[in-house]
Design a protein around this ligand. Structure first.
Ligand code: 1CP
Length: 339
């Protein structure tokens, strides 16, 4: 692998232009991806190392981002717990046997992660020789995983999850603990297989109030970050809600915090310790705008973060499936060539 601006920025030592990659950069907005999905199911693409490799490489070959992200999903851990995961075209993920009671938690099978998720390890090892940029591994945060297991799929309000959390916090903690332990094993597997950085997605943390976040999310993120500290692999923490939770996230001393699009990058930078890198935070909707508007927003962010050695350009959340390809070309060109 050649010298990496991305890894330099994670160490807050980047002297060059900021690196750029995009959350969900491998996916449905790319015609090549949609063509592959005509032939294979999403889960087949996750399970088969050659297919996962092809999709991981797609955005790098097309746009030249400075980092690749493993093609997989946060829901592979629930799948390994044999709760009946499937993906439906219009509804997204569905869990056939969602958790309803403490007994359901206790009845979850004991899974040996290196065995159950060996296909992820194989995929990482298959793709590494083809990559000239660092590979980012990832997982979902325990709170976000718990929400899918309880809701049985996507939900806008997470009502069942919050009701369980508030009515029976002890059993909710049991579930979070279990998921945190599995996640540590899973991330260790990814590290041993060769990823160079990790991102933890707490995509549903924004439904939590301040004290709920401390109790039901942050403590488990800490457990994971602490368990991996000795590996020296940089960890990026992303929450929807990270604008609000940034000081709490910083208390865990991750390598980087990935910011949602609601706050002013410059202001958050001033609030964070200088040893923590900052990633983000363009509103993904801006990629629907005409090219000059995209350039104007990107340039403003580059100006705000000018010469910051720990800045990584990214969106404030995942790229939308109907984003025009040309908008992505414009964004990447603007960051890499500052024009
Ligand atoms: O660049 C990449 O695409 C990398 C691979 C990747 C990642 C990092 C995928 C592929 N999913 C994820 C993470 C992920 N998955 C998150 C966290 C990030 C985020 O908040 O955006 C979440 C919440 C999921 C769960 C999930 N998987 C959803 C969201 C549903 C909801 O509740 O809103 C969906 C639609 C999926 C399926 C999925 N995962 C990935 C892709 C490309 C797809 C689309 C599958 C398809 O129909 O082809």
């Amino acid at each position: 692998m050649s010298h990496s601006f991305f890894l330099d920025a994670l160490n807050c030592k980047n002297q060059a232009r900021p690196p750029v990659w995009l959350m969900r950069q491998a996916g449905r907005y790319m015609p090549q991806y949609r063509a592959m999905r005509e032939k294979y199911s999403f889960l087949d693409m996750c399970h088969q190392p050659e297919l996962a490799t092809e999709v991981t490489l797609m955005p790098i070959q097309t746009f030249g981002m400075d980092a690749a992200i493993l093609f997989s999903d946060i829901l592979v851990i629930p799948e390994a717990l044999r709760v009946g995961l499937r993906f439906e075209e219009t509804k997204g993920p569905i869990i056939e046997r969602p958790l309803n009671t403490l007994e359901d938690i206790q009845n979850l099978p004991n899974v040996h992660i290196p065995e159950a998720l060996s296909y992820v390890s194989e995929a990482i090892k298959t793709m590494l020789p083809h990559l000239k940029v660092p590979l980012i591994g990832f997982c979902g945060a325990p709170f976000t995983l718990a929400s899918y297991l309880i809701e049985g799929g996507s939900s806008k309000t997470l009502k069942k999850t919050k009701q369980w959390m508030l009515r029976e916090p002890a059993s909710f903690h049991q579930l979070l603990n279990r998921l945190a332990d599995l996640t540590v094993d899973y991330l260790k597997l990814q590290i041993e297989s060769g990823v160079k950085a990790l991102q933890i997605f707490d995509s549903w943390a924004h439904v939590l109030g301040h004290f709920q976040f401390q109790e039901f999310s942050l403590g488990y993120l800490k457990k994971i970050v602490d368990a991996l500290a000795s590996t020296n692999i940089p960890i990026i923490l992303f929450c929807r809600g990270s604008s609000v939770f940034a000081p709490s996230l910083a208390s865990l001393r991750p390598a980087a915090i990935s910011l949602d699009w609601n706050s002013d990058l410059k202001a958050v930078r001033q609030m964070l310790p200088s040893k923590i890198a900052l990633q983000g935070n363009l509103d993904p909707d801006i990629l629907y705008a005409p090219n000059p508007t995209i350039r104007q927003h990107v340039s403003q962010m580059l100006k705000d973060m000018h010469q910051d050695p720990g800045y990584i350009f990214n969106l404030g959340h995942g790229i939308h499936p109907d984003t025009p390809m040309e908008a992505v070309h414009t964004l990447v060109d603007c960051v890499q060539n500052d024009r």
